[in-house]
Write a protein that binds this ligand. Structure first.
Ligand code: GRF
Length: 202
């Protein structure tokens, strides 16, 4: 069975990555994580990848003279693995033009809000502060803006009266992990087309 080659980029704890790796253990899922990259060498997510026998690399902005040099090297490190799909799974850096050009139409991200509401780094706190009654998560293709690319899928999570930012984010992440694993599996099995802002799987 043909398998989708995936490179996953991470910054933090990597629970999204772990959900993907768990899904990949099923041969019918049709996805292979060929490498995991991070913007810091001590990201706990890299340890999880190595424990699963997946190749890892780190590419830290502070190790390069400027952002363009970092972006060019990140593009090279990801490209070495010839991915069909690159997934930002809690990767807390905006990539630049060289990376976006190279992986156009095959670079996706997951975000803890119902985009286009609450883009940016503080999505969960912003949603809570605004007083919305439902929020959720979004998987989308990355473009040159901040969380602004074509939407692939979204799931709704209710906001509860006792929610703090941490409690709500944890509840979103449970849904986000299932959504990401489901979306990537469907992308592998069905393929995808992006028509303007509309994404069609299959
Ligand atoms: C996710 O909510 C993701 O959308 C956000 O950071 C979280 C990553 O969680 N950007 P983890 O590191 O995979 O546990």
């Amino acid at each position: 069975m043909p398998t989708l080659r995936v490179v996953v980029l991470v910054s933090g704890t990597g629970t999204l990555l772990r959900a993907l790796l768990t899904a990949c253990a099923d041969p019918n899922y049709g996805v292979t994580v060929t490498a995991v990259g991070a913007d810091r060498s001590d990201a706990p997510a890299l340890r999880a990848a190595r424990a699963a026998g997946v190749e890892t690399f780190a590419c830290a902005v502070e190790d390069y003279p400027n952002r363009l040099a970092w972006d060019t090297e990140l593009t090279r490190l990801v490209g070495r693995h010839q991915p069909d799909l690159v997934i930002s799974a809690g990767f807390l850096k905006l990539v630049g033009a060289p990376f976006l050009r190279e992986f156009a139409g095959r670079f996706i991200n997951t975000h803890p809000s119902l985009l286009p509401a609450f883009p940016g780094m503080h999505a969960v706190g912003d949603a809570l502060a605004y007083g919305v009654r439902v929020t959720g998560c979004t998987v989308f293709f990355v473009d040159g803006g901040v969380d602004s690319g074509p939407i692939i899928d979204q799931r709704v999570v209710p906001v509860l009266p006792a929610d703090t930012e941490d409690i709500l984010h944890e509840r979103i992440k449970v849904v986000e992990r299932a959504m990401l694993a489901d979306v990537v599996g469907r992308m592998s099995r069905l393929g995808w087309t992006v028509l303007g802002r509309r994404v069609v799987l299959g």
